[in-house]
Design a protein around this ligand. Structure first.
Ligand code: C2E
Ligand code: MG
Ligand code: MG
Length: 479
């Protein structure tokens, strides 16, 4: 593997590949349907789902190719794996980076290539979905978009077959059937309108019980047992360093420079593996453990930011608060003492709160937010557009930032309606003295439209994925 692709050898990525339990497994219809669709939509004779192991590129599904794997340096695939979006090349033979690729210089002698990474819920790219042709050519915008959507589905399939995810969801065999059946819905939607609204890349929405269907008693019992188990283990997890904080960058759309990072908590459970925050934050909230968790995340974040000298570089850090935190009278004091102990400038910390958290008890929330603001921290409304979406009440709160949810942002460059809604929210927020961030930006085209609309900042996979602290310094050197 070439030096520029060292990330592919990252032991944590390789561990994520192992945890997917996919290497050397039998063909599966769901993956074969994915390559079939990719080849049909892109009118390409070859389509692959490749899983990238340490020294080989193993094909979980192959359409139009008689090989099971390649062991030579398949740079086209590794290049896609290390990127964050669809990568397409008109003629690989004309490009010195790829002209010695085994599939380019030997049979099947491919010229055209387009691929997209397949990503686990914890953000590791484990493989690629790609299409290839024997002649140089290009894809239309719609075909590129479709390939991206099918890639999202591939990521989702990988998340579904992840043993840990299955245990987390308390899935029985029947549960698996239910989960996989949603795949058909997604594919038919992809074919209908290439709409991305319901797609999640690199993240998996936890299926709530009775997600449009009736959950079996066995499934519900499993889920309850799992919840109780996780609940008991959560406080120990804090003490035993099983929780960690990852950082996702935000950029300023005018200067195109990094403006800061959002801290996102991760739980690497010793036997379950990766547990999504969407799974355990609600547990921490309902059990009251969030009262200890939030200060812990703030402490970790502030300490790391101070060590890296982010405040001196003008970089902001953001931490998520839960609804319950807003009802703790002691929260402002605790935040204040963490900042003082770390000698951290309060203005360099932003606390993010969702609309629904504020609305659950407006008077209490207002009181806590006012006290936090007095300390000097910035306050941001997260996931705007998913809840009450009323800016009327926001003007009562001491807010500096509004983060517009991915659901409104994803199609902003495709849909006039969505861009009109976002522009309206941006203008109103500006009039209320707030800056605006677009969340969940997965495409470069979205960044362009957000800039035109007057949005101040952006966050999402197109800017950078959540990263381990050690990766952030490296990432900052190139951004
Ligand atoms: P959030 O605060 O809205 O964080 C953004 C979520 O969107 C993160 O998910 C992030 O990985 C994901 N994301 C970022 N860019 C993209 C993108 O381009 N496309 C897609 N599809 N997703 C993107 P994550 O880390 O799973 O966190 C989920 C939620 O869990 C967070 O949503 C936040 O509400 C909560 N959470 C995470 N860490 C903490 C924490 O320390 N405390 C509390 N109270 N909640 C937290
Ligand atoms: Mg947030
Ligand atoms: Mg959000």
């Amino acid at each position: 593997m070439r030096p520029q692709y060292e990330a592919a050898r990252d032991p944590e990525r390789l561990d994520a590949v192992r945890r997917c339990d996919i290497l050397d497994t039998s063909p599966e219809a769901a993956f074969d349907e994915l390559t079939f669709l990719a080849s049909q939509i892109c009118r390409a004779p070859i389509a692959l789902v490749a899983i990238v192991d340490e020294n080989r590129w193993w094909f979980k599904s192959k359409f139009g190719l008689p090989l099971d794997e390649v062991q030579d340096d398949f740079a086209l695939c590794t290049h896609t794996l290390c990127g964050h979006d669809v990568f397409a090349i008109t003629d690989a033979l004309e490009d010195t980076r790829f002209s010695s690729d085994p599939l380019v210089c030997r049979d099947p002698k491919i010229r055209f290539y387009a691929g997209t990474p397949l990503v686990t819920p914890d953000g590791f790219a484990v493989g690629t979905l790609s299409v290839m042709d024997h002649l140089p050519r290009t894809l239309t915008t719609e075909q590129l978009r479709a390939l991206q959507i099918l890639g999202h589905q591939g990521s989702r399939l990988i998340a579904l077959r992840h043993k840990d995810t299955a245990r987390l969801l308390g899935s029985t065999d029947r549960g698996w059937g239910r989960l996989l059946s949603s795949y058909d819905d997604f594919v038919s939607e992809a074919l209908k309108g290439f709409s991305s609204r319901n797609f999640v890349v690199g993240g998996m929405k936890p299926l709530s019980p009775g997600h449009g269907r009736i959950e079996s008693q066995e499934g519900a019992a499993n889920r309850d047992a799992l919840r109780n188990n996780l609940l008991q283990q959560l406080s120990a997890a804090l003490l035993q360093n099983e929780l960690t904080v990852h950082f996702q960058p935000k950029i300023n759309l005018q200067s195109k420079k990094v403006s800061g990072f959002e801290a996102l908590v991760r739980w690497i459970h010793p036997t379950l593996g990766f547990v999504l925050p969407d799974e355990f934050i609600p547990l921490a909230e309902s059990s009251g453990q969030i009262a200890a968790l939030t200060p812990w995340v703030i402490e970790q974040t502030v300490a790391r930011a101070q060590t890296e000298g982010w405040p001196d570089k003008g970089l902001q850090v953001a931490v998520n608060l839960s609804a319950r935190n807003l009802h703790e009278a002691t929260l402002p004091e605790r935040v204040d003492s963490i900042l003082r102990n770390n000698n951290f400038p309060p203005g360099s910390l932003t606390l993010e709160i969702t609309e629904s958290a504020v609305m659950s008890d407006f008077a209490d929330a207002l009181d806590t937010l006012n006290k936090l603001r007095e300390i000097g921290v910035s306050l941001s409304v997260d996931d705007f557009g998913t809840g009450y979406s009323s800016l009327a009440y926001l003007k009562e709160l001491p807010l500096q930032e509004l983060k517009i949810d991915r659901a409104l942002i994803a199609n902003v460059h495709r849909s006039q309606r969505d861009s009109a809604i976002v522009k309206f929210a941006v203008d109103l927020a500006h009039n209320l003295g707030m800056s605006v961030i677009g969340e969940g930006v997965e495409e470069i085209a979205t960044l362009r439209t957000l800039t035109e609309i007057g949005c101040d900042g952006a966050q999402g996979f197109a800017v950078g994925r959540p990263m381990r602290p050690a990766e952030v310094a490296m990432w900052l050197q190139t951004h």
